[in-house]
Design a protein around this ligand. Sequence first.
Ligand code: PMP
Length: 445
Amino acid sequence: MNAPIRTNRPSLDAYWMPFTANRQFKAAPRLLVAAEGMHYTADDGRTVLDGTAGLWCVNAGHGRRRIAEAVERQLATLDFAPSFQMGHPAAFAFAERLAAVAPGPDGQRLDRVFFTGSGSESVDTALKIALAYQRAIGQGTRTRLVGRERGYHGVGFGGITVGGLVNNRRVFPLLPGADHLRHTHDLARNAFVRGQPEHGAELADDLERMVALHGAETIAAVIVEPVAGSTGVLVPPLGYLERLREIATRHGILLIFDEVITGFGRLGAPFATDYFGVVPDLVTTAKGITNGTIPMGAVFAGRHVHDALMHGPEGAIELFHGYTYSGHPVACAAGLATLDIYEEEGLLTRATELQEVWHDAMHSLRGAPHVIDVRTIGMVAGIELDPRAGAPGSRAYDVFVDCFEKGLLIRVTGDIVALSPPLIAERADIDTMVSMLGDALKRAA
Ligand code: PMP
């Protein structure tokens, strides 16, 4: 690793960091200066094992030369092209490659691709496509969006409206008319489960209750993360997604899966759609689409959705929506190289080989101090700690800081530790993660 050891630390004043307690951070900053494979290097030269694939995105591991070279080549050839009424080869090539691995089985693949710049943009794009679709098929009264408690769908106004993160919603006005399904987190019935928990499919019937309450003719779409990540790794109960699909179909409601985290191999199939065998109408993605290297997202749309919007008058714009950076040439180049790596190294299904070891390792933390749940699916784990009286979240945060100082990057959300290592992880990496986390939990006791 050609990491600069002990760089001069920059002033920490100008950069207003996102989702960060800035004043607290400045007192004890954590800076990463290099990355290779499964590891980061911190600015004091320490090696930090990446237990989170960055932010659930670096699925093929860090420092992939092939992506860097593709980016460099693209920058030197065509650095930018206007994205409206104008195209460039990389965007068409990448969309075509994505269409071939798009979520869903043959014949039902969601193989129409709309490019965005992030997960948040993908979510707002999908919600707009859903609303435009309903209007296009003569269902213009359907303007209500349904999300789920403890859902995270990014920070656009659409995303925070359907999202269920209270702190994300509290300060801002939201889109009118939205409603939320209950979340599926249920420690009383489903603690310490590997894979899908047994209890809770009936929670999908909340959608039926909303239809009874509001009228199906008011509801455009329902959006859920197949596995909720950012709010603590909530795995859908057996039968839940199937039931949601059935109710949505019966009432003409579009089903959107937010696969920003679960897309590109996290569960052991290319998408959670494939893993669970439940096909939504729209799928949002980002993160792993470029291995985290260049900001990008994409919405995968079913042909029925796409085609319904293509029937306007000749020359009319079907969807009045898009971004300057939609299908950015450099992001597409990074994405194409990323897909090459995923496919050649079998990373889109590698989690199926690793998950036995992964689940065993993570569930060995049952019995560690303060651990009240371990849940695992694919290459994701959530380890829930009992909250400190009067200071929710503080115990997990202390474990996060301790782990980082000892050389392991984990992620915490409230009192839940989330792990989602790069899909190139080896057994030894997993062993190291579990032993470092186990030690940190003991110290926290
Ligand atoms: N949806 C989900 C399910 C996510 O996990 C995230 C990010 N963690 C987003 C949307 C938002 O993505 P971004 O931060 O790229 O806007």
